[in-house]
Design a protein around this ligand. Sequence first.
Ligand code: AHG
Ligand code: MN
Ligand code: MN
Length: 332
Amino acid sequence: MSGVKMLSEFITETQDDFPFATGELTRLLNDIVIASKIVNREVNKAGLADILGATTQENIQGETQQKLDVFADEQFIAALKNGGEACGIASEEVDEYLSFDSPRSQNGKYIVAFDPLDGSSNIDVNVSIGTIFSIYRRVSEVGTLATEADYLQKGDHQVAAGYVIYGSSTMLVYTTGNGVNGFTLDPTIGEFCLSHPNLTIPKTGKIYSINEGNLAYCSAAVNNYINYCKEIDASTNRPYSARYIGSMVADLHRNMIKGGIFIYPETTNAPKGKLRLQYECNPMAFLMEQAGGIASTGRKRIMEVEPTELHQRVPTIMGSKEMVEKLLSFYK
Ligand code: AHG
Ligand code: MN
Ligand code: MN
């Protein structure tokens, strides 16, 4: 195994980069890794295991839950509850935040917010999906039940964040505020191995990702920018290429590696956009900024937005620095 760095080793070795390191964050990350391997296993055999398709339930946002949404949610909750390092969780698929009441969990210092499966509409058609997670230190007293204030911290307070992409290969990408590192799952040994050390997003690119079907509902700023993307200008590599998978994790992962911009803006029928601040946008924003990119609502940094409710939505613009700056110039 010479030359291969496994994720578990890497997490332990870099533990001291983290200001309050006592090993708890390391164990918490390892719990998340285990849950993601279980989800990966089920995603890979989904067509065989009667786990495709919709349930008869909806989540609090009125979206029909897919069987795999529910399965993934249960895996992450169980891993974090049993691990004892988290005092509670918030999930896209759970209406309210969930503070764990066992004495061991109440002594946990962290809360985790997650989107157990991102890109649910792609599950049944074998297109990449993902998991997104965000970790905060609790602000309430250790040894008590976690409170709402623990879950409604702004993105700048995150101590770690990451995503797993279940794609043509499975990768886990995370940050603890010292850059971004990516690990690819080697299915023959069941371990994530360091494949993308110190990931940085190119300063510019030629990919724009937006659901163009919504343009009629979008602002003049967004429409003008998309027109700009389509103009012919060899000196700036335009026209750009349109790529939209419909799984935020996959669209952002591609842009992170190749350079590009991802836009899910406010629209006339959804004035706050679609994507959720606490378990989709803040963790992706933390990764983007750590990789040298920008994450904005169009008006301010995403991580500066004060959350007022758990499932709050926020307009989202993320990606290569120069491309996002160009779009922001259309907002002015
Ligand atoms: P989820 O599957 O967790 O509900 O998230 C879906 C999100 C995101 O992944 C994607 O970028 C976006 O919804 C796609 O929305 P549209 O279909 O409106 O373009
Ligand atoms: Mn999602
Ligand atoms: Mn989801």
